[in-house]
Ligand binder design. Structure first.
Ligand code: DGY
Length: 325
């Protein structure tokens, strides 16, 4: 049987390309260009597989224009860039990269909780600007992490890993809200108590968002929700842009409706709402939740392993829809 053709939508580790080259003709994206939809469609012609990242949208228009496509393997756990019903209808397999990034992403989430509460970037900018001339009793005084209440919106693997860090590592009281509850055993392991969304907003000293993006979670945190939070509270978003109304958040930070925020994801990223760039009480990172070298390698290998499994007739590792083979 002749080798399939695979497109790498973005640049990736050379060893992952080598792995795929064993079983397929591979077209790479050597200079890591972010293609427009038309450019992606053009390069997908004659390709049966594609390795995508979270920014590469596969929707009905792409599927219709690329009739040879049979599998899209996402190098991300989130897959809101995939129109799963359209892919299923077109008989195209979708896979993602769960589990391998859970702990690394939870680490970054916790780093943002700490950096936000303790005003790390704000104070570093002050020092670098040569403004530090004396110690003062209230200089960059923030809020405590240990012993405070950690609120988690979402209950997936990353949320659980954050709960464990908070409860076991920092003696925090952990509360969470989600449409569905964790099992009693998991609640006990994470030492997390289920509360209503209103109680989560009202009680959390530090609120972290870890829910997937969907039409339902769009602007789950907007002006009304921010107004329900404590004025001393911090908010961290490591989930997806669009879950927070960034314009409303910038306004709330300006007005000190809440004390501070830490954001790794943004509405319309890599663009960042201009008002977020001018408020001091926000820590901003460029979507690096899963960005440790071992974890990014594991994510890329998992995506590639799904492609290899598909084209060598083996079971998929992490399928998101039914395998039509
Ligand atoms: C994911 O895996 O969904 C991350 O956001 C990508 O780093």
């Amino acid at each position: 049987m002749s080798k399939p053709h695979i497109l790498m939508a973005r640049a990736v580790f050379p060893e992952v390309i080598d792995k795929l080259t064993q079983i397929a003709h591979v077209q790479i994206n050597a200079d890591d260009t972010v293609w427009t939809q038309a450019e992606l469609i053009e390069r997908l012609q004659g390709k049966q597989g594609v390795l995508t990242t979270g920014g590469d949208r596969i929707d009905a228009a792409v599927l219709q224009a690329c009739p040879d496509l049979r599998i899209c393997a996402n190098m991300a756990v989130g897959y809101n860039n995939f129109d799963i019903p359209a892919m299923t209808a077109a008989g195209v397999v979708a896979t993602n990269a769960p589990d391998v990034l859970t702990e690394t992403t939870a680490d970054l989430g916790f780093a943002l909780v700490m950096a936000t509460a303790r005003r790390l970037t704000e104070s570093e900018h002050y020092l670098r600007a040569g403004l530090w001339t004396k110690w003062s009793y209230d200089m960059f005084a923030g809020s405590d992490i240990h012993g405070s209440t950690l609120g988690i919106l979402g209950r997936g693997r990353i949320g659980q890993a954050i709960a464990r860090r908070g409860a076991h590592g920092f003696g925090m009281k952990v509360i969470y809200h989600n449409r569905s509850r964790l099992s009693a055993a998991l609640e006990q392991e994470c030492r997390a108590s289920y509360v209503s969304k209103d109680d989560l907003l009202a009680q959390a000293d530090h609120l972290i968002l870890v829910l997937p993006y969907s039409a339902e979670s769009h602007h789950a945190i907007g002006a009304a929700e921010l107004a329900r939070m404590k004025p001393t509270a911090t908010l961290v978003n490591i989930a997806r842009g669009g879950i927070v109304d960034d314009a409303a958040l910038a306004q709330a930070l300006k007005n000190r409706t809440i004390a501070a925020a830490g954001l790794d994801v943004f509405e319309g990223e890599p663009a960042v709402h201009p008002d977020l760039l001018t408020v001091p009480n926000v820590v901003l990172t460029p979507h690096i939740g899963s960005a440790s070298i071992p974890t990014r390698q594991a994510m890329a290998h998992l995506a590639a392993d799904n492609l290899v499994a598909f084209f060598t007739g083996k079971p998929l590792l992490t399928a998101l829809n039914t395998d039509p083979r």
